[in-house]
Design a protein around this ligand. Structure first.
Ligand SMILES: Cc1cc2nc3c(=O)[nH]c(=O)nc-3n(C[C@H](O)[C@H](O)[C@H](O)COP(=O)(O)O)c2cc1C
Length: 135
């Protein structure tokens, strides 16, 4: 199993319907592909973690990369994974806040660090906390 994190820029301000549309196809497709993860959206950026079998995650990433709703996809983290972080979510959503861009910059700055980089684990923990928080 692998875990892949990328970020990208929305090509136009993504409305909540646009995000809902992405989530709907993600949930159906990812379930069938045994892929779980989280999509973070805000400040004109997307950041997504995909985890699952390598043979499914990589082709899905390629498909997502070609989606015209965003551009400049960049992988910030990719590693072998023993256990899922987001096992409950075929695709969880965290609507971004002003922190999103800071997260990205921090992760991006440290992307060459040995895995698991502290910035990466801290950020993932924060997303998990948000996903687990009662709404
Ligand atoms: C930021 C972003 C994240 C996406 N994440 C996923 C995903 O996790 N799974 C997925 O199937 N599609 C995802 N998509 C949508 C795909 O690019 C594509 O539109 C969709 O998979 C097509 O679904 P279909 O083959 O069922 O029509 C994402 C799109 C964007 C812009």
């Amino acid at each position: 199993m692998i875990r892949l994190l990328y970020f990208s820029q929305a090509t136009q301000p993504a409305s909540s319907e646009a995000v809902e549309d992405i989530l709907q196809s993600s949930r159906a497709n990812n379930l069938a592909l045994d892929i779980t993860g989280v999509l973070v959206h805000g400040g004109g950026l997307f950041m997504q973690t995909l985890e699952g079998p390598e043979e499914n995650v990589l082709p899905l990433y390629v498909k997502i990369m070609r989606d015209q709703r965003h551009e400049n996809c960049r992988i910030v983290h990719i590693s072998h994974a023993e256990k899922r972080l987001f096992q409950k979510w075929s695709m969880g959503i965290v609507e971004g806040d002003p922190l999103t861009e800071n997260h990205v910059m921090r992760l991006y700055a440290q992307r060459m660090e040995a895995v698991p980089g502290k910035a990466y684990t801290d950020t993932m923990r924060e997303f998990l906390r948000k996903l687990n928080a009662p709404r």
